[in-house]
Design a protein around this ligand. Sequence first.
Ligand SMILES: Cc1ncc(COP(=O)(O)O)c(C=O)c1O
Length: 408
Amino acid sequence: MNIEEFVEKYKVERHNSTSLKWDLLEERFGDADLLAMWVADMDFRTSDSITEALTKRVNHGVYGYSFVPQSYFDAYFNWMEERYSFQLKKEWIRYSTGVVAALYWFINAFTEPEDSVIILTPVYYPFHNAVRDCGRKLITCPLNNDNGYFTFDYDRFEQAIIDSRAKLYIHCSPHNPAGRVWSEEEQDKLFEICKKHNVLIVSDEIHQDFTFDDHKHIPAAVVKDGKYRDLIITVNSASKTFNLAALIHSNIIITDDILREKYDKYIKTVNQTDFNTMGLTATEAGYSSGGEWLESVKSVIYSNFVYARDTLNKELPEITVTPMEGTYLMFIDLNKIIPKEKTKEFIQDRCRLAVDFGEWFGTDYKGYVRLNLATTPENVKIAITNIIREAKLLKENDYMNVPSLLSI
Ligand SMILES: Cc1ncc(COP(=O)(O)O)c(C=O)c1O
């Protein structure tokens, strides 16, 4: 299916559908009329195969106690093996009601109060919250940022681990918002440091299925033929892949017996409910027959990115656009066109956009914004056009005295 056909078939009006992204703009941004380019979900209906599987379940009309069928494992394991050469075993798999929930459980299961947990900033803000909320010490270590291209700063990472005696590192792969798809070599070098200092690695791989060009996602547990498996706890989900976030279903993979035992001991103390039947049903349908839909939505997203990047580069070369190797989130640096403290006013009041602001991901990132490109080309065009028009106005005039020309 080409891009136009896909967009026509799957785009959907989301206002008044209890959408956090579209219906809570007033509450979260103080302005209900913004174009929603924030929360990381998609403005497209999920694949037909998922809708059919859920409909079948609903038509049956019974939601009694359930179990995970063999067909679920078959679908999930095939997906992971075919795409990521990760051969899974049933006994390694656990479930969580969302990836963020799992992060909290891992922190509680594998560290003690007052232990330090390290994250690499800028990074998805619930990483910060999870560490703080669990009463652990949050250690933030910056990624290198070379004109929007982010890399690991190995020396700084090691020093931060030594200084803080960190027990756990939360890895984001592919990385939100830096857009990096970490190579095997990069991960090997980073994990070697973890191994040397006995730091456990929680790998959040929720964005695994969004990689572009020739960038290939390498699961942490697959790096160097599983060399670091005794340090790794992985969590992934079909929720980003097939737009299923509200069905709150994720997979946890713990290949190491000792780590798994420790996790199981902890999880007993919170009497965790195993899974949600609708989440499980949708996940199985996606992994077994959602591949074509995924390829189409990825084409839309990447075409949106190429348009946004090229148009911004041409019209406003002062804006740095981070290369989007993976995820569907575009991170851009507005610092050369607008003073940091005016970013919110510029983006919301002038450009009429609701975005994720850079400082949510790390204190050094005020002046950056993250735009969600999993939407229609039309919305992306409005967003980019508004930014360009307002930035040009701003260049030509005194910002505070120029009325906005825009409405969406
Ligand atoms: C890196 C990362 N982890 C987790 C999540 C959310 O996961 P969940 O909705 O399953 O809690 C997101 C959503 O944007 C994310 O970017």
